[in-house]
Design a protein around this ligand. Structure first.
Ligand code: FAD
Length: 349
């Protein structure tokens, strides 16, 4: 066993979509030390020049850099920028994190090995972005209007992903509790029930998003509001991981590997001492390895960090949610209520 390394040249020319952006212009502008620094370092006849950093995966040949919701809300046109360029563009530097998919030859990682989503930090060192790769610059045009109006089908894919994750965690917790014969205990059942509640709430919310679908401006269907759902999962995910740990006990750590199961000297002991209530040692250890990859391993913990942060700072998102939340109707009713003496019972009764 060992790790083999090879230098691979990223291919950046095959995946491309020809665009004729209406924003193409021939202006020449220079920014004067703004803070925070807008991403466009210099604009010239043939290009926009970028000088910044961003977290993005390096696994594709093309890097889309969409408009950040935070930047979009900044009401400063210098932050309005979206484009896509080949991964091997001159000046682009890519820093990858340590992989969580490295298999050490014995223990199984059913999620980490096949599904490691390599995170990376991109450094744009005066990268030239050709005009035909620019989707928007300085003005969002109809795109941002449509975003605000609810053209949100890409986010729908994220809601589906989260729903599957919640279902997976709840089912694994249920099956582990059954495998070790503790599901009938009141405390354990209540914990798995709490996981089920979160999963069901998510399902109801998704149905609400579908129910709120409507025809938008220009005859394009838009989904209903999903404001708040990502923030809800950012805080719920950690709770579900914790519940899975509590239900599973120490078995999350101490399980035989596939090599141990195949070892004829060890196997009789595994079959005798490491089986479950009415399940054999193979079934139980594999199920636990799945739970391990959800609630303990590097891959599982990276995913947990991802769920908390990938949509941006949950506190910032909560504040944005509050600021955009229309309370005018209920506030008017409260103000009307408190504008005169409140009703009370007869004194002394
Ligand atoms: C696995 C992973 C995947 C990601 N994927 C993406 C992605 O696909 N696209 C993308 O755009 N981003 C992605 N991100 C980045 C994510 O948007 C950021 O992590 C997030 O916005 C928080 O920024 P930060 O990490 O720089 O933390 P910081 O902003 O440095 O925050 C660190 C701490 O300081 C606090 N803090 C920061 N500023 C203030 C302040 N002004 N007042 C009070 N407290 C403050 C925060 O609450 C936090 O506790 C990803 C992050 C991770 C970990």
């Amino acid at each position: 066993m060992g790790i083999s390394k090879a230098n691979l040249a990223p291919l950046g020319t095959t995946l491309s979509t020809w665009m004729e952006p209406p924003w193409a212009s021939t202006n020449c502008l220079a920014m004067v030390s703004p803070s925070p620094t807008p991403p466009v370092a210099r604009e010239r006849d043939a290009s926009a020049l970028k000088n910044r950093s961003k977290t993005r995966s390096k696994s594709s040949e093309e890097i889309p850099v969409p408009l950040s919701a935070t930047f979009a809300n900044r009401a400063d046109p210098r932050f309005i920028l979206a484009f896509s360029i080949p991964t091997n563009s001159k000046g682009m530097k890519i820093l990858c994190r340590e992989p969580v998919s490295v298999w050490n030859g014995s223990y199984s990682h059913p999620l980490g090995v096949p599904y490691d989503e390599q995170d990376s930090m991109l450094f744009f060192d005066n990268v030239l972005v050709p005009w035909d790769r620019v989707f928007m610059l300085y003005e969002s045009g109809p795109l941002l209007r449509d975003f605000a109006a609810g053209i949100n089908f890409t986010e729908w894919a994220n809601l589906c992903r989260i729903h599957e994750r919640m279902k997976l965690m709840t089912a694994v917790a249920t099956m582990i509790a059954e495998a070790i014969g503790v599901l009938e205990y009141r405390e354990v059942a209540a914990k798995v029930g709490e996981m089920t509640m979160y999963t069901q709430m998510w399902h109801h919310a998704m149905e609400g998003v579908e129910h709120g679908a409507h025809m938008g401006e220009g005859g394009v269907m838009a989904l209903g509001s999903m404001a708040g759902m990502n923030i809800y999962f950012a805080q719920t995910s950690a709770r579900m991981v914790q519940l899975l740990r509590e239900v599973s006990g120490s078995g999350l750590i101490m399980q035989p590997s596939e090599n141990d199961l195949a070892n004829p000297e060890l196997r009789p002991y595994l079959d005798r001492y490491m089986r479950g209530k009415s399940v054999d040692a193979e079934y139980k250890s594999r199920l636990y390895r799945l739970a391990h990859d959800l609630a303990v391993s590097s891959s599982g913990m990276r995913q947990e960090v991802y769920e908390y942060w990938h949509g941006g700072d949950p506190n910032r998102n909560r504040i944005n949610l509050l600021r955009g939340y229309d309370q005018s109707d209920i506030r008017a009713r409260i103000e009307e209520l408190v504008s005169r003496p409140l009703p009370h019972g007869e004194s002394g009764v």
